[in-house]
Design a binder for this molecule. Structure first.
Ligand code: ADP
Ligand code: 5GP
Length: 192
């Protein structure tokens, strides 16, 4: 598969609450040629999320059935729930030479980079501090106490990986961070 692939994969990584979804939304508006890979998850749907748009929300039973059928490119347990990237959609789009956009945790990013080393470019979005990350996560109001705790614990580990990827952008002030991300994505799509 890798040898025939001509498209490109832009991977956005970063701890929960760092601002990935906020920035990705704007990147999609600026680069309509980027096609988002919609992940599968067993996590409960949040109020504002739409099935088939933000994720494909599936049961654990279905998740493991699909995994065992080889329908995932990668899968991981993320914050005590399961997440996976669908295989056939991504392979088809890459063969067509399309640009794909992924929002992954570090495990997923490492797997995809391993499968598509030539096509993948990874951008880590880091928060300015852990205190600010906690503030954002609480402010979003989507997590209960338990989930908040798990996410903050995982963030500490994920932040240690911030310099392991092609690019690192600190999402301090959203406008500046978006401009830097936009420049980075433009460079990647041009051939960086
Ligand atoms: P993620 O997708 O990484 O989990 P979100 O995009 O949902 O994070 O952002 C988490 C919260 O932080 C949201 O309420 C969002 O509006 C807010 N946020 C995002 N970027 C910034 C920023 N640069 N400064 C302050 N708040 C931000
Ligand atoms: P959330 O539950 O807040 O939507 O996402 C939590 C984490 O799961 C984020 O770090 C996000 O990047 C990651 N994630 C989303 N989809 C996938 C996926 O398909 N595979 C992996 N490995 N992680 C994912």
């Amino acid at each position: 598969m890798t040898a025939n692939a001509h498209g490109k994969i832009v991977i956005i990584i970063g701890p929960s609450g760092t601002g990935k979804s906020t920035l990705i939304q704007r990147v999609k508006e600026s680069f309509p040629e980027l096609i988002e890979s919609i992940s599968y998850t067993t996590r409960p749907r949040r109020e504002k999320e739409v099935d088939g748009v933000h994720y494909f929300f599936i049961s654990k039973e279905k998740f493991f059935e699909m995994r065992d059928e080889g329908e995932f490119l990668e899968w991981a347990e993320v914050h005590s729930e399961y997440k996976a990237t669908g295989k056939s959609f991504v392979e088809k789009k890459l063969k067509e030479g399309k640009f794909l956009l992924f929002d992954l945790d570090v495990q997923g990013a490492d797997s995809i980079i391993n499968v598509f080393p030539n096509e993948s470019r990874a951008i880590f979005i880091a928060p300015p501090s852990l205190t600010e990350l906690e503030k954002r996560l609480k402010g979003r109001g989507t997590e209960d106490e338990k989930s908040l705790k798990v996410r903050l614990e995982n963030s500490k580990k994920e932040i240690l990986r911030k310099d392991d990827y092609d690019y690192c952008i600190i999402n301090d002030e959203v406008e500046g961070a978006f401009q830097r991300l936009k420049e980075t994505v433009a460079a990647i799509l041009k051939g960086d």
